[in-house]
Design a binder for this molecule. Sequence first.
Ligand SMILES: [Zn+2]
Length: 112
Amino acid sequence: MSTGSTGLADGGEGAGCAICSTLKDKEYASQKYGWEENDTHLPAAAGQLALVRDFKPHSSRALQLRVCPECQTYYLYESDYEYLANGSEDDQTLTRLTADQAAQYLDPPASP
Ligand SMILES: [Zn+2]
């Protein structure tokens, strides 16, 4: 039993983290209507990431900043939705961000 640990990693991105260690730097998944057997899905760990900011709350194409609750590594979650005549196609991308990249999303330069 150890006490007093903050649980923060000492500098590796996702190193030793139960959530991040199962996620690649870039994860991609897609689902196509009528081709369910070929569907792919993001790893379950992706669902454990906490939502930090939703940049397109009213769009079917998501752009979200998410963070790992264990090691505070940031990820960018994007989804796309394509309406096709014979069905639809969804895809999701999850990209691990560096601290610098995440900072740009957290504090974007002021725009007029
Ligand atoms: Zn993590």
